[in-house]
Ligand binder design. Structure first.
Ligand code: ZN
Length: 412
């Protein structure tokens, strides 16, 4: 029986969203939180984009050091020989990649403007896989962009060719959110059976069905005899109407009628980390969590109407499917209501020692404190808002890694 794994793509699909972005330190914190939560892989960025190079290398170093273990760190790139070569030139230690190419007739004609045939697409993908393997890629996912508008036969041909060239997974991208739970179940079951590779579900919310589609798509994959890998983003942040929300996907798989009995996670998911990761992503992206967000919205456990309040007081299970404690909620949060000294890009040593002292971070001497302060100032320049405690802890604990994350010198 196949298992379900999560590949979170916040650090790729989330950050490529219009009007949104994250500092490299924030992306690193997200990788750390995803690892704590039990997510199988973080799609951590773009290995061909030069301003990501230091960040990607530093995160692979954290992996080497055991800090980012056992999570996989996957890079996203186009399925061309040039991009694969550039990725391994800029980020030589990268092990996990997903290479992407459009497979629908709409996109092949519309994007390549008649210069590429379906045969060319197959050749490009095959060559890119071969080159990636030759450069030492350990896992290669092959993404069929706009798979939901691609003919079934061509998709099977594409996936089979990927398998024959040694790809590890096929990513079924419902790029425009066009599928519904029935169509995606059927095609993903067929692909699992015919292609014989684990399938990734990458869904979007243009029609409000991203979570439902990833869950039923995964059911199709498992019923077709393969492992399923669901692509999620924290708070559902992603291109246009967003992606499948991480917490909602986990809740659906754990709590929906009968699902948990049949469909199991490959790695245990610690739902208790949900509150922390969602709050952090909301702060880092500067996007509030909608009050009606599943599990982590302000109203997810709020009751006002007489009948509901009475019912939930007698027995929470009358009106709640799951307990707020399961999501890591319920702990009191400290909010400063009087004098506050915050970290900033123009902070001085005395204010900084005060902030760090409150967090029980002691420095060996003034020189040591000044070094960390300098890094925190740079982090503030990039974040443009006060750093949170975990970010300051991180900088104090891994100053050399922080230095790399904060270095954005354009490469020649
Ligand atoms: Zn996407």
């Amino acid at each position: 029986m196949g298992r379900i794994y999560l590949i979170d793509v916040t650090n790729r699909d989330g950050v490529q969203t219009a009007r949104l972005g994250l500092s490299k330190l924030a992306k690193t914190m997200i990788n750390i939180y995803l690892n704590e939560m039990g997510v199988f892989q973080s799609e951590f960025g773009f290995p061909t984009t030069r301003h990501e190079s230091n960040y990607l290398r530093a995160n692979l170093e954290l992996q080497e050091m055991g800090v980012l273990q056992p999570i996989h760190l996957g890079g996203w790139l186009r399925a061309t020989t040039e991009d694969v070569e550039k990725a391994f030139e800029l980020v030589p230690a990268i092990k996990d990649i997903n290479i992407s190419i459009s497979t629908s007739r709409q996109m092949i004609n519309g994007k390549f403007q008649g210069t590429k045939s379906e045969q060319d697409i197959l050749l490009m993908a095959a060559e890119a896989i071969d080159v990636a393997r030759a450069h030492g890629a350990q896992t290669i996912g092959v993404n069929a962009e706009d798979a939901s508008r691609t003919d079934d036969d061509f998709l099977i041909k594409f996936g089979t060719l990927a398998r024959e060239h040694g790809a590890d997974r096929l990513r079924y991208c419902d790029t425009l959110g066009y599928d519904n739970p029935f169509t995606i179940y059927n095609i993903c079951k067929l692909l699992a059976q015919e292609v014989g590779l684990p399938i990734e579900l990458h869904t979007h919310g243009d029609l409000g069905m991203a979570v439902a589609n990833s869950v039923t798509g995964a059911m199709g994959v498992i019923d077709g005899g393969q492992d399923a890998y669901i692509n999620t983003t924290i708070n559902g942040i992603g291109e246009r109407a967003g992606n499948a929300d991480l917490v909602a996907v986990v809740l659906a798989l754990k709590k929906s009628k009968g699902l948990a009995r049949k469909y199991k996670f490959g790695r245990p998911i610690r739902l208790s980390k949900a509150w922390k990761i969602c709050k952090y992503a909301s702060y880092a992206f500067n996007v509030p969590i909608p009050i009606n967000q599943p599990g982590v919205g302000a109203n997810a456990f709020a009751h006002a109407s007489g009948i509901h309040a009475d019912g939930v007081l007698k027995d929470p299970e009358n009106y709640e499917l799951y307990d707020f404690k399961e999501l890591g909620r319920g702990e009191p949060e400290m909010v400063e209501t009087g004098r506050e000294i915050a970290s900033g890009e123009y902070s001085g040593i005395s204010g900084f020692r005060h902030v760090m002292g409150k967090m029980d971070i002691e420095f060996a001497d003034r020189e040591d404190a000044e070094e960390i302060l300098e890094l925190a100032r740079y982090a503030n320049v990039l974040a443009q808002q006060p750093l949170v405690a975990d970010e300051l802890y991180f900088i104090a604990k891994y100053p050399e890694i922080a230095r790399k994350l904060l270095t954005l010198t354009p490469l020649a």
